[in-house]
Design a protein around this ligand. Structure first.
Ligand code: GLA
Ligand code: ZN
Length: 673
């Protein structure tokens, strides 16, 4: 169904209720009350569609598709490969995943099949084909939802062979592989491809080149499996968009490798809000949205979140009043064109019977959760013109899956690397200035950015330094930090000093890396011309000892044997500059630094930053710009806002310009000249 406007809906599992036509009827009435315009059908519906091998039953789905269409509700139809029927596992045991300790799983759970198994691929193709043939042209169909949260790995003999094939293709010869994996150490030289096994706690855990290639293989195999599903449905419905629900920054799957095959990037996101407003949680959720949006640099879909609680944390606290509306509008602010939930109606039994849903076990609409959901639905209906509008970012954070894997997998120089925390610290500092932030990997385009921050760029892909150099020469500002330029794509250390191929950009060389104990703190102060000289700043965990070769010194250490040596440098190249931060500086310093970097980069930002606890995101249409402000503080706050038509205010207008209540969202609309 080609509907304009933002989507609002839920995963709908009518197959749970086929013996209750009264409930299915009531669902439609309630969906209308909740302003639901799109539902996802068929995730995990395999056994309802094919109760026995070769025995098909589409009657319930036919009826559902028709009924939803008649009621003006679109359908995102899933392929059911995320969970297989018991008969299938019994008939084809090869589909059962083998864990890293080489034990084959028994039947059970879900999302745990072998991605290589020809039998599974054939059976999936068959059911996908039937769905596509039957519903590809159904007027209710809005998009395909391919499988569910692809993730995990299988170590079965079929996967081992496919892994060896992958390695053969990549390296050509064992000699090249041995060189790349540095197998001369600890007598690990391979003399036959058959000797190579995937990493295992019972076997090889120490060969980082192998581990990295295994992770790349797992992504490749997952993407390959997904592509076959996509090809199958596309063959019958070429113009229906295709997506899959990713999990934001989830480390297992290299999502930038998955995204090119999708029409729309989508994610599931379950911020653990707790009972009240929480700026930190909002920042973490915002990061996930930005990761997903940046995959295609286009609007994305939020395909799952909860209307109230999740059942999997230690304590599954329901969202307190007002959080649902604010939290879901935040996804829209970051570029989502949808808010979808898991799930529509609570299951009576099974694993997720206590998970939040729009309709609870009581089965009616007279609940706080339902009311807040309906309210959001109404708001989204009125924001229809925002659909398709873009997020334009002048700043980007480099966040690459290979880099994450390599840092995480490196034995030392300290075991807690704090990479993920560091990325989020930098993200938060940038966000305080009210700028949109793209989160990109090392291969994505750098076009359009004025400031790129690349904290802890440990693994450097071959072409990146050259691309960054072009970016800087053309006027861009780049921030690099300690523990960067350490290894190449095979996790082999660069020879001739760190930061390896980034040295020319940074204009410094790093001689040593001092690592601080958890309670230990270092210090530095600003000595250069760019930042105010007062104050001594604290740093922790990493203090790199660097020498400024061509760079200007902006700050010096006040602690350690390296006191007086540079802690922050600036290197002018062409029209731009590269800053190098040698220590893990405290957050207040990052805030100061980013204010300066945004200014140097000539980016549009709010000098002095937003009030603490307030977020701002913008989306741009052809003629309008939309500014989304939210107050995540527990108390009201005054926010200076530019001129613009007030399109939405979720709190009460107080007459006092710019005052926002806790969890209040304001959307301003400005005409673009
Ligand atoms: C994931 C799954 C859903 C559901 C939710 C619960 O996102 O895709 O099927 O299990 O978690 O939070
Ligand atoms: Zn396998």
């Amino acid at each position: 169904m080609k509907r304009k406007g933002l989507m609002h809906g839920a995963d709908y599992y009518p197959e749970q209720w086929l013996s209750r036509p009264d409930i299915l009827k009531e669902d439609i009435r309630l969906m209308k009350l909740a302003h639901i315009n799109t539902v996802t059908l068929g995730v995990f519906a395999w056994s309802a569609l094919e109760p026995q091998e070769g025995v098909w039953d589409f009657t319930w789905l036919d009826q559902m598709m028709d009924t939803l269409y008649e009621n003006h509700i679109s359908v995102i139809l899933a392929t059911p490969s995320g969970a297989r029927p018991a008969w299938l596992a019994k008939a084809y045991p090869e589909v059962l995943r083998v864990s890293e300790d080489r034990k084959r799983n028994l039947y059970g759970m879900r999302m745990n099949h072998c991605y290589t198994s020809p039998a599974y691929r054939r059976l999936v193709r068959e059911i996908d084909e039937r769905l596509a043939k039957r519903y590809g042209n159904h007027p209710a169909l809005k998009a395909w939802h391919i499988s569910n949260e692809y993730h995990g790995e299988c170590h079965c003999p079929l996967c081992q062979n496919a892994f060896r094939e992958f390695l053969r293709e990549k390296y050509g010869t064992l000699e090249a592989l041995n060189k790349a994996w540095w197998t001369g150490f600890w007598s690990k030289t391979f003399t036959d491809w058959e000797q190579i096994e995937s990493p295992s706690s019972r076997g090889e855990m120490a060969l980082q080149g192998l581990t990295l290639d295994w992770k790349r293989f797992v992504t490749k195999q997952t993407v390959d499996f997904m592509r076959r599903e996509i090809e199958t449905v596309r063959a019958y419905a070429p113009s229906v968009p295709v997506t899959t629900n990713m999990i934001g920054s989830f480390i297992e799957v290299d999502y930038p490798k998955m995204a090119p095959w999708l029409d729309v990037a989508a994610l599931d996101c379950y911020p653990q809000w707790g009972g009240g407003p929480d700026y930190e949680i909002a920042m973490d959720a915002g990061f996930e949205y930005d990761v997903t949006r940046s995959l295609k640099k286009s609007p994305f879909w939020l395909l799952e979140t909860t209307p109230s609680l999740t059942n999997w944390p230690a304590v599954g606290k329901p969202k307190g009043p007002g959080i649902h509306v604010a939290g879901c509008l935040q996804a829209i602010a970051h570029g989502s064109d949808s808010v979808q939930y898991f799930q529509w109606r609570k299951s009576r039994g099974g694993y997720e019977k206590f998970h939040g849903a729009v309709v609870g076990h009581y089965g009616h609409e007279h609940t706080r959760v339902f009311r807040e959901t309906a309210r959001l639905g109404e708001i989204l209906e009125n924001l229809g013109e925002i659909e398709g509008t873009k997020t334009i970012s002048q700043t980007a954070l480099l966040y690459d899956w290979n880099n994450r894997w390599a840092i995480e997998g490196a034995k030392g120089p300290r075991q807690d690397k704090f990479y993920e925390e560091t990325i989020r610290e930098h993200y938060r500092a940038l966000r305080r200035y009210g700028v949109n932030v793209d989160v990109i990997d090392e291969e994505q385009s750098l076009e359009g950015y004025r400031l790129i921050a690349a904290p802890m760029l440990y693994l450097v892909k071959e072409e990146l330094p050259q691309r960054l150099m072009q970016f800087v020469q053309a006027g861009g500002v780049l921030l690099l930090t300690y523990f960067s330029g350490i290894t190449d794509e095979n996790d082999l250390c660069f020879q001739g000093g760190f930061p390896g191929p980034l040295g020319e950009l940074a204009g410094v060389w790093a001689e040593e890396l001092d690592l601080l104990y958890p309670q230990e703190r270092g210090g530095f102060c600003c000595t250069g011309e760019s930042l105010p000289g007062e104050g001594r700043w604290s740093c922790r965990d990493y203090c790199e000892v660097i020498h400024a070769r061509e760079a200007d010194v902006e700050a010096c250490y006040t602690s350690g044997w390296y006191a007086g040596m540079p802690a922050l440098t600036r290197h002018r190249i062409g029209k731009g500059e590269v800053w190098y931060l040698a220590a893990r500086a405290e957050n207040d310093f990052l805030l100061l630094l980013y204010g300066r970097l945004l200014e140097r980069a000539g980016a549009a930002y709010i000098p002095g930053g937003l009030p603490k606890g307030v977020t701002l995101c913008t989306r741009c249409g052809q003629k309008e710009r939309y500014l989304f402000y939210t107050n995540w503080n527990g108390q009201p706050v005054t926010v200076e806002m530019p001129e613009g038509e007030e399109m939405l205010r979720t709190g009460e207008a107080k007459g006092e310009q710019g005052s926002m209540d806790p969890l209040e969202t304001v959307i301003l609309k400005q005409k673009l000249q």
